[in-house]
Design a binder for this molecule. Structure first.
Ligand SMILES: *[C@@H]1O[C@H](CO)[C@@H](O)[C@H](O)[C@H]1NC(C)=O
Ligand SMILES: *[C@@H]1O[C@H](CO)[C@@H](O)[C@H](O)[C@H]1NC(C)=O
Ligand SMILES: *[C@@H]1O[C@H](CO)[C@@H](O)[C@H](O)[C@H]1NC(C)=O
Ligand SMILES: *[C@@H]1O[C@H](CO)[C@@H](O)[C@H](O)[C@H]1NC(C)=O
Ligand SMILES: *[C@@H]1O[C@H](CO)[C@@H](O)[C@H](O)[C@H]1NC(C)=O
Ligand SMILES: *[C@@H]1O[C@H](CO)[C@@H](O)[C@H](O)[C@H]1NC(C)=O
Length: 392
């Protein structure tokens, strides 16, 4: 049996010209074959399942990461190489997928997620918008496979820029495909099933890992090593997966703090740097960032975004030069409310990496610093300044 499944894996690897040392092992019973497609047309779809009527269509966009990682040692979950297994092997290793959805696969990139550039993030958003939201769209949903280290940034970015309510699920794995107990197969099947379940619509971009569903705006990586890492500590999971079927705790709703922006005319994202807070941090690096071309700064401040007395001088200098400075918290959980330090912008509930993405979006759209401040602060301020007398 083992020999048979290894033979199948070798056959699969040979079929798709894989060069990686240890490919995902496709079960021997797998009769899955993908149709190789001509590149250059149809969104550069590289592999498709043979079409089954009465099943939805999902576009799987593979970017790399641990879910596509491999190691020569199957106890290795820390020093493996991310982004070595291709989209076709990911799909072929989970034949159950094809009973859930027709799938088309695009190899967008195959890299570790810390190397996804701003230009790639923007291109990915455009690709998902064109594929799902154009009038001619043939897909019901999209699944993005992604490294977990910056997965929440891509998920947030897609959530904030998608022009229709078709489900997008971002998925990854904490163990490479070669590890004992690899979580990629279960996560990928869970993600596709979630993406095509009607009850997943109008909930925003979702992150699915480890049998849990959470909303991109609030979800984040909370542990560097373990499979139970994606959480939204305050807002909670919105659903779970039982036998890979999504179960939702509430009817569909979007996160209160979500706003959507149209980037169809945007061709690049301006550079925005993040500086971290700590005891006595003087934020002198802010001057370096600004003179180095940063168009905005996010401070991952201590507590609810506090800045030291000397730090305030550097903030003032950046603001004088027209560079917006957003204060978030390195705690990653909780709010930074306005208006402490009037010359800065409060990130509200966005953690530093998500605040950075929102600042890039707003600057790319040519918003003034006042508009940027309003976009970041008005939601939370609305709650904090509610005048009950007007309502009773
Ligand atoms: C796809 O379906 C066609 C027609 O049913 C068949 O001829 C072909 O062999 C199938 N291809 C794969 C890769 O399964
Ligand atoms: C397809 O790939 C080519 C070359 O990589 C690229 O120039 C083109 O923009 C891609 N098309 C789509 C729709 O992504
Ligand atoms: C797919 O569904 C068919 C029919 O229900 C079943 O026979 C088959 O075992 C299923 N395949 C997988 C991989 O789940
Ligand atoms: C983004 O897409 C454009 C147009 O296809 C291409 O020219 C550019 O190289 C892409 N950028 C990145 C970083 O991949
Ligand atoms: C897409 O469809 C809508 C509604 O049917 C229509 O108003 C719009 O012009 C169409 N857009 C394109 C690009 O065809
Ligand atoms: C993009 O540019 C076109 C042409 O100038 C314009 O008609 C359209 O409204 C713009 N779209 C957005 C979302 O700004």
């Amino acid at each position: 049996m083992l020999a048979k499944s290894l033979a199948a894996a070798v056959a699969v690897a040979a079929l798709f010209g894989s060069s990686c040392a240890a490919p995902l092992v496709a079960p021997a019973k797998s009769a899955v074959q993908l149709v190789e497609r001509d590149r250059g047309s149809d969104f550069n779809v590289t592999y498709s399942s043979n079409y089954t009527e009465h099943l939805p269509r999902t576009l799987i966009i593979a970017t790399g990461g641990t879910i596509a990682g491999s190691s020569a040692d199957n106890t290795d979950t820390t020093t493996y190489t991310a982004g070595t297994v291709g989209i076709e092997q990911l799909i072929v290793a989970v034949p159950e997928l094809l009973n859930v959805s027709n799938v088309d696969g695009i190899q967008f990139s195959n890299i570790a997620s810390e190397s996804i550039s701003d230009g790639m993030a923007l291109n990915l958003s455009k690709l998902v918008n064109e594929a799902l939201c154009s009038n001619a769209s043939k897909w019901d949903a999209a699944v993005i496979t992604h490294g977990t280290d910056t997965l929440e940034e891509t998920a947030f970015f897609i959530d904030a820029t998608l022009q229709c309510d078709k489900p997008v699920v971002v998925v990854g794995a904490m163990r490479p495909s070669t590890a004992i107990g690899a979580d990629g197969g279960n996560n990928l099947l869970s993600a596709v099933t979630t993406a095509v379940t009607p009850a997943s619509r109008n909930r925003g971009t979702l992150i699915v890992l480890n049998d849990r569903i959470c909303q991109a705006l609030y979800c984040q990586k909370t542990q560097a090593n373990t499979v139970d890492t994606f959480k939204s500590p305050e807002q909670g999971f919105i659903g779970t997966l039982l036998s890979t079927k999504p179960v939702y705790y509430s009817t569909p709703s979007q996160p209160t703090f979500k706003r959507v922006y149209d980037l169809s005319n945007v061709t690049s994202l301006p550079p925005v740097e993040i500086l971290i807070g700590y005891q006595g941090a003087d934020l002198a690096l802010m001057d370096v960032a600004v003179s180095g071309g940063a168009k905005g700064i996010v401070i991952a401040g201590v507590g609810s975004g506090s800045v030291s007395e000397t730090g305030k001088d550097h903030v003032a200098k950046a603001v004088e030069q027209g560079v917006p400075v957003v204060r978030s918290t390195k705690i990653n959980v909780g709010a930074v409310p306005s208006p402490a330090y009037a010359n800065t912008i409060a990130a509200g509930l966005l953690n530093p990496v998500k605040a950075r993405r929102l600042l890039q979006i707003l600057l790319a759209l040519g918003k003034s610093n006042d508009e940027v401040k309003q976009a970041f602060e008005e939601q939370l301020q609305g709650f904090l300044t509610l005048d009950l007398k007007k309502h009773y």
